[in-house]
Design a protein around this ligand. Structure first.
Ligand code: FAD
Ligand code: NAI
Length: 509
């Protein structure tokens, strides 16, 4: 190879989010020569690995949820414990600064992991140039890599400018926030998750479109800090993907916290920042002053919502911008997602895709599992993702977590099931914590007793669900959980009691 020849790799991963960087690490662990390309830039222009999850998703949202929960506890719950605090105030800049530090620790941690695993990192945008004829390939075919092909030439444009050749390509380019038609994000007044996580002050009035996962998590953050929060949701049902009984309980708690949630609405014209900028007097602060949303309620009555900031959280779209997929004929579906089979093989030999850019739930742990499985398949192993046991968590207060099927799904498919519930009100640890909202609900097959789904709303549901995922992965019955010793006093006893309740023999309720 002369110095001008493209660098050759067994595997090139495009995207350094949870799907991409984890795939790169697993491939390197399996002895492959791996490159990872990611274009995300930190505020200083350096690499900011970790994708949406680390930069503007999972990690920063949980940091702000934690800070705002402390604030809420200091204001509303410390007194119950005999702790007197006066003059509690939130320094938003400090809270956001802490969140940025947490993000940076994660960015740096991932960069370190790539180095440790001898993965070549390229900071820039990766795009397909062409397929390499198989006679030119340098690397040997690996078992499990599909039909013979010569790999692909990938251009890196950005801080790094290179052309690379990869025998196998893993695309993990993630997703972007979906905007309302005709209402682009300006991240000043009309915010995606990005702007919503770096507000400099608590808005007096905050509007959100979409009462999904982001709407509820981010709405909770700013509500706890004192914003008057209104969420406009298009569907008539609150959290339709969640078990109905659990969603009902959560809705009650959110309304009690002061979140105004309007269901079954139609959102109409939104006065966009650019319209406002033109129309308003820009002397003074020089900034547009607010957003006006016209909407119709579930009874068909016309309404308007005037807010200081509007967060649009109506789902996300797969991101293939700049990938130049057409250069090699990589097939996308009508949503722009890369078409893959159950094993994440794309339409071209030697090209794989994982995470938000393909079908399935847009979750960091789903992306990671797919990344691991693909690396293992490339190495000739039997990587596998069990899509039936992917947990979901909504990190509100109370937290909502579930795995498997909901009661309404079981009814719809005509599956005979038994249900057991146990309220945290009857759990000693929850009482000691002072947090007794919610319940654990277990659904099991009527005949075999195999656990079909577990649904939790309440304290630490995010952690409690792990036991249920393990149980379902091992195809446990509710009787198995009911007979396992759980520490006392612990919230996990509510899971055991829910299992006992499936057989109508709960002990503490
Ligand atoms: P991403 O994380 O989006 O990473 C893709 C990376 O590829 C990015 O760094 C991008 O810059 C880079 N890239 C794209 N195109 C190119 C290119 N051509 N060249 C080079 N680089 C490129 N999920 C959870 O499981 N738990 C949570 O608590 C959670 N909270 C969330 C909160 C918010 C506010 C949001 C928005 C999302 C949240 N998610 C959560 C979802 C989670 O962030 C995504 O499912 C996850 O990040 C998907 O991982 P990924 O690797 O597929 O893509
Ligand atoms: P979402 O799909 O969770 O919720 C979007 C909501 O907007 C839905 O309820 C939908 O009915 C509503 N909607 C859509 N169009 C609308 C319109 N025109 N008017 C009014 N309502 C409308 O999407 P969200 O909240 O944007 O989050 C995107 C994804 O990010 C999630 O689905 C999830 O995969 C991921 N995420 C995961 C988190 C977690 O795991 N804790 C946290 C945040 C995001």
């Amino acid at each position: 190879m002369n110095n001008n020849s493209p660098k050759q790799f067994d595997v090139i991963v495009i995207g350094g989010g949870p799907g991409g960087y984890i795939a790169a690490i697993r491939a390197a662990q399996l002895g492959m020569n791996v490159a990872c390309i990611d274009e995300w830039k930190s505020a200083k222009g350096g690499p900011a690995l970790g994708g949406t999850c680390t930069n503007v998703g999972c990690i920063p949202s949980k940091a702000l949820l934690q800070s705002s929960e402390h604030f809420d506890h200091a204001n509303h719950h410390f007194a119950d414990h005999g702790i007197e605090v006066k003059g509690v105030r939130m320094d938003v800049a400090k809270m956001v600064g802490r969140k940025d530090t947490v993000v940076k620790q994660n960015n740096d941690g991932i960069l370190y992991l790539l180095k440790k695993n001898k993965i070549s990192f390229f900071h820039g945008r990766g795009s397909f140039v062409k397929a390499v004829p198989s006679t030119l390939r340098q690397a040997q075919d690996r078992p499990g890599s599909g039909q013979a092909h010569g790999g692909y030439e990938i251009k890196v444009a950005g801080v790094a400018k290179e052309t690379l050749v990869g025998k196998q390509i893993i695309v993990a380019t993630g997703s972007n926030a979906r905007a309302l038609p005709g209402t682009p994000f300006d991240e000043e007044l009309i915010l995606s998750n990005d702007g919503a996580l770096r507000l400099g002050a608590v808005p007096k009035k905050l509007g959100l479109i979409g009462a999904g996962v982001i709407g509820l998590e981010i709405g909770s953050v700013w509500r706890r800090l004192g914003a008057d929060v209104t969420i406009l949701e298009g569907l008539p049902t609150f959290l339709g993907v969640v078990d109905e009984q659990i969603a009902k309980e959560a809705h009650k708690a959110f309304v009690k916290q002061g979140l105004k949630i309007e269901l079954g609405v139609t959102v109409g014209a939104i006065k966009s920042p650019s319209t406002l900028r033109q129309a308003q007097d820009r002397s003074g602060s020089g900034r547009a002053k607010g957003v006006n949303v016209a909407w119709t309620n579930s009874r068909g009555e016309a309404q308007t919502l005037e807010v200081d900031k509007l967060i649009v959280s109506i789902g996300r779209v797969p991101n293939t911008i700049g990938l130049n997929a057409e250069a090699v004929g990589l097939k996308l579906d009508e949503r722009g997602a890369i078409i893959v089979d159950d094993e994440c093989r794309a339409s071209l030999a030697g090209v794989w895709a994982v995470g938000d850019v393909v079908r399935g739930p847009m979750l960091a742990h789903k992306a990671e599992e797919e990344g691991i499985a693909v690396a293992e398949r490339i190495a000739g192993q039997q990587g596998h993702v069990n899509f039936n046991t992917i947990p979901w968590v909504i990190y509100t207060s109370p937290e909502i977590a579930w795995v498997g099927q909901t009661e309404q799904q079981l009814k719809a498919t005509g599956r005979a099931y038994k249900a057991g519930t146990f309220p945290f009100l009857a759990n000693g640890r929850a009482r000691a914590l002072g947090d007794t909202t919610g319940m654990v609900k277990m659904l099991a097959d009527a005949l075999t007793d195999e656990i079909l789904g577990v649904h939790i709303v309440g304290p630490m549901a995010s952690e409690l669900i792990a036991e249920c995922v393990v149980a379902m992965a091992f195809r446990a019955s509710s009787e198995d959980i009911a007979r396992i010793c759980h520490a006392h006093p612990s919230l996990s006893e509510a899971t055991k009691e829910a299992a006992l309740a499936v057989d109508k023999r709960t002990l503490n309720f």
